[in-house]
Design a binder for this molecule. Structure first.
Ligand code: HEC
Length: 172
């Protein structure tokens, strides 16, 4: 019996090299890879806000959909369900957190954006560059925001942030 126990301990200590069995990933490298890029200030490009119906249609589509696979209707001109590399295009899914005119199944983590132009812009509380920056990188307004970061993460490009800005500002 004693012999057996000793043998067991010997096996545990010697025969198995624990370091090789237990994975020890480099936690710092993983955290750095997953960390968001630094909060960034953006200047709204000239001609960003448009009342062109096709621009607003793209903004609306980005706002109300999560990704290409689940999107119900065909995307408007200028948007695709798949990226050139064949991967699914991610949309904004802003409706998960915000109400807006015509929203279905909206969340309420973020403020209600219904009649945004009338409520926030015409009233002088907000302007277009604020909305652009908020969508591009919400952390400049609130470092602890729960909102998604869109331009700094390259989830959207400049034009798509303008599409979304135009859509929200069209809500009167
Ligand atoms: C996970 C929840 C969440 C998602 C998704 C989200 N937001 Fe937000 N949003 C917020 C919160 C919370 C605020 C309030 C300010 C803050 O805490 O950053 C906010 C604020 C805003 C504001 C500023 C309103 C104001 O005048 O104060 C705008 C505009 C906005 N979001 C647009 C969008 C758009 C467009 C999208 C989609 C690309 C989006 N949000 C996605 C949570 C979200």
């Amino acid at each position: 019996m004693r012999k057996l126990i000793l043998l067991g301990i010997a096996t545990l200590l010697g025969a198995v090299d624990v370091a090789q069995v237990i994975e020890s990933p480099d936690a710092v490298a993983i955290l750095q890879k997953d960390a968001l890029p630094k909060a960034t200030v953006y200047t709204m490009p000239a001609g960003c806000v448009s009342d062109d119906p096709s621009v607003i249609a793209r903004g609306k589509y980005l706002f109300h959909n999560l990704n290409g696979k689940d999107a119900k209707d065909a995307p408007p001109e200028g948007l695709t369900k798949l990226l050139p590399n064949g991967k699914e295009k991610q949309y904004g899914n802003c409706v998960a957190c915000h109400n807006i005119q015509g929203a279905q199944g909206h969340g309420n983590v973020g403020p209600d954006l219904t009649k945004y132009h009338t409520m926030f812009v015409a009233s002088g509380a907000r302007n277009a560059p604020f909305v652009y920056q908020k969508i591009a990188d919400a952390r400049m307004d609130n470092p602890k925001t729960h909102m998604t970061i869109n331009l700094t993460t390259k989830l959207f490009n400049e034009r798509e942030v303008c599409d979304l800005t135009s859509y929200i500002l069209s809500q009167k």
